[in-house]
Design a protein around this ligand. Structure first.
Ligand code: COA
Length: 261
């Protein structure tokens, strides 16, 4: 088996592989990962692609996402080998972190990762009923203070990612308050994140307004349980290797997305 960097000609096949997992990527998404500094690797056996992963460089922190092994190849150490290649690439980082669905957490724990925090993949429960809850949320431009807030809240520097997310989507803030949310109105996978609250209490309103504006089926990854208008779809764990990551639980409302942390 060889592990090599993915080329654009591999992207259609990667889309098919991820589609089977329900991840809803398009070829554009893989181009976009490269644009923000992500490196997608593929594992291939005699020319057949059997696994993949995307690695992001956030300064002191390395981020791993999209680790996937074709179903028929699972359980033979391939996932472990791809993960070792990621660790090699990210050697020297203070922390290596990732998100995992509950069903895969055991795999990462078997590979020395420790659970840091629990988060939840959510959507709106009854979108039609709360359409009007965008009143206190206004559109704005991304500025330096928001990039700083993102780093303070989540513990890693990812200027390029935040700038490109803002370019591709909409930036919102609470009227008269600080904090911000980025909305991605994507036809395939609309999403919201990061969401950062200024004053306590304004963050959930900002999140709800952003989910309404993102459109039907929009998703976010939130830290708090029991926010009433939300449908909790899946539990997600953040895991890490090395130094624990900082997180400001008073202000962090939603992560930037499953792949971006
Ligand atoms: C998670 C995944 C990448 C693992 O790949 P794999 O090739 O099957 O994993 P490996 O064979 O290298 O397993 C390595 C170790 O983890 C263990 N392991 C694998 N999956 C596990 C699980 N779900 N729970 C507990 N342990 C698990 C194996 O027993 C093995 O331990 P051992 O070396 O002590 O025997 C693969 O199952 C997959 O693609 N899943 C679907 C996509 C996904 O959810 N990816 C994770 C993104 S969050």
């Amino acid at each position: 088996m060889e592990i090599r960097e993915a080329e654009p000609k591999d992207f259609p096949e990667l889309v098919l592989m991820t589609e089977k997992e329900g991840w809803n990527y398009t070829e554009d998404d893989f181009h976009w990962f490269s644009l923000v500094g992500g490196k997608t690797l593929v594992a291939a056996n005699q020319g057949e692609m059997i696994g993949m992963v995307t690695v992001f460089d956030y300064g002191d922190t390395g981020w791993i996402s999209n680790l996937l092994v074709r179903p028929k190849e699972r359980g033979h150490g391939i996932g472990g080998e791809i993960l070792s290649e990621c660790k090699r690439l990210l050697k020297g980082k203070k922390t290596v972190a990732l998100f995992s669905y509950e069903r895969s957490t055991g795999f990462y724990e078997a590979n020395e990762f420790k659970i840091d925090i629990e988060a939840y993949l959510v959507s709106l429960k009854d979108r039609d009923r709360i359409q009007g809850r965008t009143g206190s949320v206004i559109g704005t431009e991304l500025d330096e203070s928001m990039i700083r807030m993102d780093q303070e809240c989540f513990g890693y520097e990812r200027r390029k990612v935040i700038k490109e997310l803002a370019k591709r989507g909409m930036v919102l803030k609470p009227e008269g308050g600080d904090g911000f949310a980025i909305v991605r109105r994507d036809p395939v996978e609309p999403s919201v994140g990061p969401v950062i609250s200024g004053k306590t209490g304004t963050g959930n309103e900002l999140l709800i307004g952003a989910l309404v504006l993102a459109g039907p089926n929009a998703k976010a990854v939130v830290l708090e349980e029991g926010i009433k208008p939300l449908k909790y779809e899946e539990r997600i764990s953040r895991l890490y290797l090395g130094a624990p990551l900082k997180i400001d639980r008073c202000r962090a409302v939603a992560f930037a997305g499953l792949e971006l942390g």
